[in-house]
Write a protein that binds this ligand. Structure first.
Ligand SMILES: NC(=O)c1ccc(NC2CCCC2)nc1
Length: 245
């Protein structure tokens, strides 16, 4: 899968995309991440990529010409069809369902706005989809783009071991079960004995019960969605009834 990131600040992406899992995934050729500095498509001597807003008001707006030229040039750089996504608080809220959908695409172009945003006419003509990583405002779309790359890339085959994908939570709306590792007792707190029992069936049941209990306590809204999606078994519903749901 190919990711193209269009930004005024490519250096911001050092670190999250050049370490650990995403670095190894790129080295293994599972994913490609191409950074593009929008300023490269400015045409004036001062390399102007933003300007004052029509109608007045504070801040600056990213100019249409350089951004449009960048999007068109980057699209043309690879024959694979891509979806061009703008990261913005106005966008559709990113969920694991959307992440799974994006992970099936051959290519994603992520446009990172800055300052007050981008000229509306680029949104109307060149942006296919607008996504938000949450209801809060950031100084730029770069961190949101990193979140999208991270979440989507980890679902690309071969990026992380497949069994942890299969098990993962949020795919069936439920939160994760608690995780433990050595030592068996830490500062007087023991690991739940069932996890040391070697009884895989009991361990699976305990983990499922923990996911249900935690989701009930912390995210009852997700539990309602799980029920509506029909992913709760009769055993789940019986246990939830015991928990008062
Ligand atoms: N919640 C988000 O995904 C998000 C994305 C971009 C952003 N800021 C950018 C958008 C245009 C100018 C700065 N803030 C928040």
């Amino acid at each position: 899968m190919r990711f193209d990131i269009l930004t005024l600040f490519p250096a911001m992406f050092q670190g999250p995309l050049t370490e650990s899992i995403l670095k190894r995934a790129q080295q293994a050729g599972r994913i490609e991440i191409h950074l593009h500095d929008i300023r490269q498509w400015t045409t004036d001597r001062h390399r102007t990529a933003d300007d004052t807003p029509y109608g007045g008001g504070a801040g600056m707006v990213m100019k249409a010409e350089p951004l449009a030229a960048a999007i068109r040039a980057v699209r043309a750089a690879d024959e694979r069809p891509g979806v061009t996504i703008l990261l913005t608080p106005d966008g559709e809220l990113l969920t694991q369902q959307i992440v799974r959908e994006l992970a099936t695409l051959p290519r994603l172009l992520l446009v990172c706005g800055h300052y007050e945003g981008i000229d509306e006419r680029v949104r109307e003509t060149l942006i296919d989809r607008e996504l938000s990583i949450g209801d809060y405002v950031l100084t730029g779309g770069e961190l949101a783009a990193m979140v999208v790359v991270d979440a989507v890339a980890r679902l690309v085959p071969g990026v992380i071991d497949s069994e942890s994908i299969v098990e993962e939570s949020h795919s069936d709306f439920l939160l994760e079960y608690p995780h433990y590792t050595r030592p068996a007792v830490w500062e007087g707190r023991a690991v739940p004995p069932v996890l040391l029992s070697g009884h895989h069936g009991e361990i699976a049941r305990w983990r499922r019960a923990e996911r249900l209990r935690r989701t009930l306590v912390r995210r009852p809204d997700l539990l309602a969605r799980a029920a509506a999606a029909g992913v709760l078994t009769k055993a789940d519903l019986a246990l939830l009834a015991e928990l008062g749901w």
